[in-house]
Design a protein around this ligand. Structure first.
Ligand SMILES: Nc1ncnc2c1ncn2[C@@H]1O[C@H](COP(=O)(O)OP(=O)(O)OP(=O)(O)O)[C@@H](O)[C@H]1O
Ligand code: SF4
Length: 302
């Protein structure tokens, strides 16, 4: 491995980096990144988790974790991440950083060209004070854009424990884009932990029964064809949308305290949703896939 850089110094205390990507927009990449963070957080091994949102033009992780409204604090040792479990006591384990924390208003948008995006990503990788992490989940924009190239350019030379999760929906158009995303990971030799088929069927809000309104299993078939691990199918779950999309700060306490209470509430309530129950096996497969990558075993998808 090459000489130390600000990024390698910062990330040497991160055990594994999981890049969450999708070929197409709106297939649920941010919701999968959030659910992965929440599910890993609930493991009895109590891992330390970071979630970095580099979807610069559409950051949604702060909203999904109930952290909208927080700003970034600068310390002498870099940017301090925002902790979703700050209300849990003195040893929070779910750290979050997003361009959303840098915007003055939620409605502000980032209109940047490639070099500025690249500089922002470099700063996220070199300046955030994550501390020791077991998993750093990186939520990326849809497709294979400047952000992906910058990310790989910065990470590949300094961090060997990198892998990707691909998210798709079962429809043919999303699958075509997922194949493009897979080709990208192969071109840059990024191991793929597996594929998630999101919005596969529908959870009835009355009885919890899963019905298949549209096509399903497209992702599962693609995984089989491409020799990828199928990490699981996640149905459309209205309970999940209510929880993650309506994540406005509660009115209790002062401004930051109100946000932290909201985030803590999401952390607890998520575990009771049908999605959380299904996601547990996805998270187990991700953890098993990481063990393979770390042992240097051949990984499907490369
Ligand atoms: N399994 C699901 N059940 C119900 N709603 C879902 C599910 N997955 C995602 N959603 C909802 O669909 C919308 C899009 O999801 P999300 O923002 O995660 O997609 P994305 O792929 O990250 O989008 P973008 O292309 O904007 O980055 C959100 O409102 C999210 O809450
Ligand atoms: S899934 Fe069950 S509760 Fe939902 S509409 Fe069908 S029968 Fe009714």
């Amino acid at each position: 491995m090459s000489e130390e850089t600000p990024i390698s110094r910062r990330l040497k205390s991160v055990r594994h980096i999981i890049i969450v990507c999708s070929g197409k927009g709106g297939v649920g990449k941010s919701s999968v990144s959030t659910q992965l963070a929440l599910s890993l957080h609930a493991l009895s091994s109590r891992p330390r988790i970071g979630i970095l949102d580099i979807d610069l033009t559409g950051p949604s992780i702060p909203r999904m974790l109930g952290l909208d409204g927080h700003g970034v604090h600068q310390s002498s040792d870099g940017w301090v991440p925002v902790y979703a479990d700050a209300q849990q006591g003195s040893d929070p384990r779910l750290a979050c950083m997003s361009v959303g924390f840098l915007l003055k208003k939620k409605s502000d948008s980032v209109v940047w060209r490639g070099p500025k995006k690249n500089a922002m990503i470099r700063q996220f990788l070199s300046d955030v004070r994550w501390g020791e992490l077991d998993y750093l989940i990186i939520d990326t924009p849809p497709g294979t854009s400047d952000e992906h190239l910058s990310l790989l350019e910065h990470l590949a030379p300094v961090h060997s424990k990198l892998s990707a999760v691909i998210v798709t929906t079962p429809q043919a158009i999303a699958l075509l884009d997922a194949i493009k995303c897979l080709s990208f990971t192969r071109a840059v030799k990024l191991p793929v932990l597996g594929l998630i088929e999101n919005m596969s069927g529908y959870v009835c809000p009355c009885c919890g029964e899963i019905s298949n309104m549209f096509s399903t299993k497209g992702g599962e078939e693609m995984a089989r064809r491409e020799g990828l691990t199928f990490l699981g199918a996640l149905p459309v779950d209205t309970e999940l949308v209510t929880l993650l999309d309506a994540a406005e700060p509660s009115s209790a306490g002062g401004p930051d305290e109100a946000i932290d209470i909201k985030a803590f509430d999401i952390l607890k309530r998520y575990q009771e949703t049908s999605s959380a129950k299904l996601f547990r096996s996805v998270a187990d497969r991700v953890v098993a896939g990481i063990a393979h990558v770390e042992q240097g075993s051949a990984v499907a998808g490369v």
